[in-house]
Design a protein around this ligand. Sequence first.
Ligand code: CP3
Length: 355
Amino acid sequence: MTALKNDRFLRALLKQPVDVTPVWMMRQAGRYLPEYRASRAKAGDFMSLCMNPAFACEVTMQPLDRYPQLDAAILFSDILTIPDAMGQGLYFETGEGPRFKKVISTLADIEALPIPDPHKDLGYVMDAVSTIRRELNGRVPLIGFAGSPWTLATYMVEGGSSKDYRKTKTMLYDNPQALHLLLDKLAQTVTSYLNGQIMAGAQAVQIFDSWGGSLSAAAYQEFSLAYMRKIVSGLIREHEGRKVPVILFTKNGGLWLESIADAGADALGLDWTCDIGEARQRVGSKVALQGNMDPTVLYAKPEAIRTEVGRILASYGKGSGHVFNLGHGITPEVDPEHAGAFLRAVHELSAQYHE
Ligand code: CP3
């Protein structure tokens, strides 16, 4: 394997010294880029991009080619490949988001769910990872990812996106054993899926707990964090002679940072509702932090973006352990020039915080 030319992302996740604060953007390959929209049109639809390793590689590389400041690549795929591999039949209705042909509602449905084999049933993702690693040729590290069991369960039980997670939360309170069985099957699947990605070449992994913050404090511990802890304890943590850092991102998890920091991961993803300096004090030296600019700042003028980047860097303060990112995914309406101004500002303004 080629040596990494830029490893500041991996170093910051392990709190090792860096020259400038590394940066990447959640959803960095996506609809705000005209070159992404052209590839999607060529492939036909979103899932065809994900299922064809050459296309997945092409769109993964697009933001890196446009923005030389990016310090990491993220596998182009989706968290919903897992429910699809469990037989739910994922499809995307234009403008409507994800949908499933089969929805899960009873204990019998959950008992009947198979545990997918990452190499047989999700082989296209493993192939995408190895194709992207080859194409990167050591330029920057590659991030693999999966959804958290709770976040995946909301899509599987609701049948798509949801505002209030009504069916999933009804199951949580009426039939907790059924939900626990589903979460347990998902935790097993996510563990082997992420380990498959690591063996195929992912150099760090992130677990997206996008909807963990919708739970009560007690339910979060029992139905989301417990399963992420289980996954983290089953992950391969060293490969090709290097640590493979794990990032946990619970959107709206700011109230629970101390317990998330105890789950065994190397870093926590933060949304923009918490102050990153306060978060740093709360988690101490246990974990690194990733985040946390409000993605809507990117609608504002480049000078305003630069001011906000400066404010977040100052709040984190001196030293390593910070990976700059948005607090959630970049949105399709963002001007690509503004994303560029954001990335440049992170490197330009952060040198003063490192020795
Ligand atoms: O970050 C990256 O660039 C890697 C690619 C990536 C996608 N989805 C591509 C995608 C990643 C990491 C995801 C994760 C994902 N998918 C999450 C967790 C992250 C988060 O945002 O909280 C969730 C909840 C999903 C489920 C999902 N996929 C939804 C709700 C939608 C529809 C909403 C939307 O943004 O269109 C998707 C589709 C999707 N996944 C797109 C992309 C680029 C847009 C599809 C298109 O091209 O129309």
